[in-house]
Design a binder for this molecule. Structure first.
Ligand code: DX5
Ligand code: ZN
Length: 224
């Protein structure tokens, strides 16, 4: 199992976002995690398509676009055009989740689905064949810098078991309160993509922090 690191630019310096994305790219991350918030699905407002398009010019890494917005189906095409590679929608925000995931695939992008902390894994049971990645929120979405919710570990384990039982090659992403200190625990529970905002950008030395996270992950049996 290979582990990927996806810095959440929500914790970057927004005044110099292009340079920050170049810095995490140079430091060796795998994806760039972009948090899109609409002020309705979550209380906060962050960034939209123009910023995604601008970031696209600062890195060749995949843009992992996390849509924390109501009715995301209305914006799939514009985010695809802006340069998103992976488009993640929330199960709680989609009336026709299956159709929405198929629409992402039809745009030539990687479909992904996210679960809030209170949402049971059964909510995605019947779309697991339609996604390449499931994102487990380990905080309530809306803000960076919150504390990791420990029950997320059991949810990761349950999802990993489902993927194994169905022989699905699913990436399992965890988002919220992730840093060097809990990398081993989430990887042992089955996470393969680690989103880190404050835990990474707060440290200033991005390469060193990512190296520490990779070392923690590599110590978990079965991780390459
Ligand atoms: C929360 C966002 C996260 C957040 C993570 O709503 O989806 O991606 O930025 O930030 P940290 O790592 O600071 O919890
Ligand atoms: Zn996120």
């Amino acid at each position: 199992m290979e582990i990927r690191i996806a810095p959440s630019i929500l914790a970057a310096d927004f005044g110099r976002l292009g340079a920050e994305v170049e810095a995490i790219t140079a430091a060796g991350c795998d994806y760039v995690h972009v948090d899109v918030m609409d002020g309705r699905f979550v209380p906060n407002l962050t960034i939209g398509q123009p910023v995604v398009a601008a970031l696209r010019r600062h890195t060749t890494l995949p843009l992992d676009v996390h849509l924390m917005i109501e009715e995301p189906e209305r914006h799939l095409e514009s985010f695809a055009e802006a340069g998103a590679d992976l488009i993640c929608v929330h199960v709680e925000a989609c009336r026709h989740l299956h159709r929405t995931l198929q629409a992402i695939r039809a745009l030539g992008k990687r479909p992904a689905v996210s679960l809030n902390p209170a949402t049971p894994i059964e909510a995605v049971e019947w779309v697991l064949d339609e996604v390449e990645l499931v994102l487990v929120m380990s905080v309530n979405p809306g803000f960076g810098g919150q504390r990791f919710i420990p029950a997320s570990l059991a949810k990761l384990r349950a999802l990993r078991a489902r993927a194994l039982a169905r022989n699905l090659d699913l990436e399992l992403e965890v988002d919220g309160g992730i840093g060097v200190e809990n990398t081993a625990a989430v990887v042992a529970a089955g996470a393969t993509v680690l989103v880190s905002g404050t835990g990474l950008f707060g440290t200033r030395n991005y390469a060193e922090t990512m190296a520490k996270m990779r070392a923690e992950a590599a110590a978990v049996p079965g991780v390459t």
